[in-house]
Design a protein around this ligand. Structure first.
Ligand SMILES: NC(=O)c1ccc[n+]([C@@H]2O[C@H](COP(=O)([O-])OP(=O)(O)OC[C@H]3O[C@@H](n4cnc5c(N)ncnc54)[C@H](OP(=O)(O)O)[C@@H]3O)[C@@H](O)[C@H]2O)c1
Length: 335
């Protein structure tokens, strides 16, 4: 093992040019940790929010950021029994709890680490950890979506939305989602039963029409603002709203009260249990990670730009980072 590795370091808060590719020390392993050779990572909105300085109080600089890892175990701590050298694993590093994944090597607490699904690539596995864990927590743990219920998923083409559609279908739900016109067939291919145009249709009216005026049992909000405040208008009686976005506006509590709504606000937590569940779904062919663009480690800043400016592209699902290779695959621009 060499003592140094390449890492993309956030040197200051700012634009996509705030990153520097540096040689840094390989992190040391504590007794209940594993050291992983990172093959792939991915980009989340949280990453560019951190880069801009939205969470400056929680991220001392310089910092290695990044919240998805897929790779191979190279070293295990003295008290680790769950994994061995050579195992393929995937996980989300602890959020706001140490170095992230834009690096050739990463050390993680073993309790966060899951066995990578065998039937997908490292790029695909890395594209699943944070968004998949979030979806599991939102739909299974919190909303407790059940067979035969109808769910409205806002933002069906996003990193979270593409997985939410597939998990909801695997749970036996009827899925209504929102997407821009050129993506309607794409979200149907993931399993969506009905698609509402996210930019021209009024989703409240559209849901009323699609449900015969009854409303949906669950709303999954990945966008915020209007989609959160108007959620009660799309709910059936005693429906549930799960939101993973900032609460930018006060809730429409009168409407929520009127339909006996339950609200769940989720900030995802990392643990192996959720990853094990996702691995099962992926290996049974029920969930497939979606990658819309891939760039190598040295181009993390450019990868941030693609996700931040996703409205300018036909970007479906995740922007992946090929840490161990040089893959370049860019999304088409919107015409
Ligand atoms: N609380 C948590 O634990 C947690 C975890 C993960 C993510 N999040 C948050 O959840 C949000 C979504 O994450 P993500 O990874 O899915 O992001 P993403 O990959 O960038 O996807 C964003 C989605 O929102 C859609 N969208 C954006 N603006 C829209 C608008 N004005 N009207 C309609 N649709 C719009 C996009 O549609 P197009 O494809 O048409 O552009 C896309 O489907 C982010 O705010 C992220 O920070 C929170």
């Amino acid at each position: 093992m060499t003592d140094s590795m390449k890492a993309v370091v956030l040197a200051r808060f700012g634009g996509a040019d705030a990153f520097e590719l540096r040689d840094v020390s390989v992190p040391r392993v504590e007794p209940r940790q594993v050291r992983v050779r990172v093959h792939a990572s991915a980009i989340n909105p949280l990453d560019y929010q951190i880069r801009r300085g939205d969470y400056a109080d929680y991220v001392p600089l310089p910092a290695i950021t990044g919240h998805d890892v897929s790779g191979v175990v190279e070293e295990v701590g003295s008290d680790v029994t769950e994994f061995r050298v050579g195992d393929e694993v995937y996980y989300t590093p602890r959020i706001f709890g140490g170095p992230g994944s834009y690096a050739e090597q990463h050390v993680a607490d073993v309790d966060l680490v899951g066995r990578k699904p065998e039937n997908v690539s490292h790029l695909e596995a890395a594209s699943l950890t944070l968004v998949g864990g979030t979806v599991w927590e939102a739909l299974v743990t919190r909303a407790q979506l059940t067979v035969g219920e109808t769910i409205l998923i806002h933002g069906g083409t996003g990193g979270v939305g593409t997985i939410a559609i597939q998990v909801a279908k695997a749970m036996g739900a009827r899925v209504i989602t929102t997407a821009r016109p050129g993506n309607h067939e794409f979200v149907r291919s993931l399993g969506a039963d009905e698609v509402i145009d996210s930019y021209s249709a009024d989703y409240v009216d559209a849901v009323a029409e699609l449900t015969g005026g009854r409303g949906v049992e669950v709303v999954f909000d990945t966008i915020g603002g209007d989609t959160l405040t108007r959620s009660p208008l799309t709910l059936a009686d005693a429906g549930r709203v799960v939101s993973i976005v900032d609460i930018a506006q006060p809730q429409n509590l009168i409407e929520a009260w009127g339909v006996n709504a339950a609200y769940h606000f989720v900030f995802t937590r990392q643990n192996r249990g959720k990853l094990d569940a996702l691995t099962t779904l992926v290996e049974r062919g029920l969930v497939k990670p979606v990658i819309g663009a891939t760039l190598p480690l040295a181009r993390v800043g450019e990868a941030h730009g693609l996700l931040e400016d996703r409205g300018s592209y036909m970007l479906r699902g995740k922007v992946a980072i090929d840490v161990a290779g040089e893959t370049v695959a860019l999304p088409p621009r919107n015409s």
